[in-house]
Design a protein around this ligand. Sequence first.
Ligand code: OOG
Length: 245
Amino acid sequence: MRAAVTVEDHAARLDRATASGQAIPQLSSTGPMSLETAYAVQHAGIALREGRGERLAGVKLGFTSQAKAEQMGVSDVIIGSLTDRMRIEDGGIFDVGRGVHPRVEPEVAFRLGPDAGIVAVAPALEIIDSRYRDFTFSLADVVADNTSASAFVLGPWTPLDQVAALAVALLFDGEIVASGSTADILGDPLRALPAAQRMAAAYGHRLLDGSVLLAGAATAAVALKAGTHVEARVAGLGSVSVRTK
Ligand code: OOG
């Protein structure tokens, strides 16, 4: 009999795929995986990163918008972890060649205070990069893969005001490639906080003082290639950008 593949084995395979930029088969291709096991794999992957000195910087939600759920064929809200090393400074550089097949999404980010309330809001870019072949996965696969988290960029913080229906645009070299509204994020991105609290309590994530909550994409994700100036604009919040190489 073959020895059972452990949570740590799955996490190590995903970790190697992240480091090498080489896609792997979906974990679900070898048998069904429960959501509980998938989150255990995700946490084991974060533990590997923490073992290399990375620090938790926040959490992100996925599939909070219809456009994303339809694009990926997966509809339940999911939660993943962000670390300090995933963060790129506003106006910084992302190396596409180090990823598998990275894509970018315009988002809204919240900064959490001591009691896990929202203290500030910023426009954000999230770079997602599934470690699975063809960017396809089951819900358990994408959860195990830390919800495809790769990198994030935060624009200027402003004190929280209403953010329910702000126009959002994603631009490549000044041309709009996707557009939507913050209303596309759970009807109102403020709903990301109770959603994150519920998910965090269920699956063992922590909403730390000073950490970031990425509320999820407002549009479908767009594939990245090298040599692009990528910008997200959120009406009333300003803009955030990254350059790819
Ligand atoms: C999963 C991550 C989805 C979002 O904002 O919906 C996500 C994926 O599509 O690879 O981050």
